[in-house]
Design a protein around this ligand. Structure first.
Ligand SMILES: [Cu+2]
Length: 195
């Protein structure tokens, strides 16, 4: 009887760990052998949830920087990861390396429309960057022009007081300064500066 109770509490503990995820999390299905969708886009500070409905164990393991490494048991188990810094993170399954995916976490802004009197606060991370890492931010005019490096920061936010009207796009990536390894560029946010 005691053994049964102990076993039940272990099962409950495993279940509560496995299902401790935010309801709005973008979900990625693990199957034999791949991830669906292959690419998932969301904002920094969101959780991405991997759900394994297959009959084999899979992992979601980031290719760079050990950002995440989750083993997800078969049969309907889930595991979620908070992505706190802007970038595109390629990942794979450690057991089946042919399983490849990407999660793309974009920046946030305090407002997406304003004037040249507005101070825009552009956020590249929802927690501090680790020592030795920076976020590179690129900017371009929407619809024309090429991406140019705009700022590099070790802070979570950058203030911007625009000098020109127009529609602007921003994207960012996480880079390790010692060897310049970097994630892919994040998906894009758009900011409109009007009169
Ligand atoms: Cu796998």
């Amino acid at each position: 009887m005691i053994r049964r109770a102990a076993l039940a509490s272990v099962v409950l503990l495993v279940l509560s760990t496995a299902t401790a995820w935010a309801g709005s999390a973008p979900a990625v299905e693990m199957f034999n052998f791949g991830f669906s969708p292959t690419t998932t886009k969301f904002a920094i500070g969101d959780n991405v949830r991997w759900h394994n409905g297959s009959n084999l164990t899979h992992t979601a393991t980031s290719n760079l920087f050990n950002i995440f490494d989750r083993t997800v048991a078969p049969g309907g188990t889930s595991s979620s990861v908070l992505i706190a810094r802007a970038g595109t993170y390629a990942y794979h399954c450690e057991i089946h390396p042919e399983m490849q995916g990407r999660v793309r976490a974009h920046m946030l802004a305090n407002t997406y429309t304003g004037t040249t009197a507005t101070t825009f606060v552009l956020r590249v991370a929802t927690v501090a960057l680790p020592a030795g890492y920076v976020e590179d931010i690129q900017r371009r005019r929407q619809g024309s022009g090429s991406w140019k490096l705009w700022r590099t920061t070790s802070n979570q936010t950058v203030n911007w007081s625009p000098g020109n009207l127009g529609a602007w796009q921003f994207r960012a990536r996480l880079r390790k300064t010692s060897n310049n390894q970097a994630t892919g560029w994040s998906s894009v946010i758009a900011i409109s500066v009007t009169e």
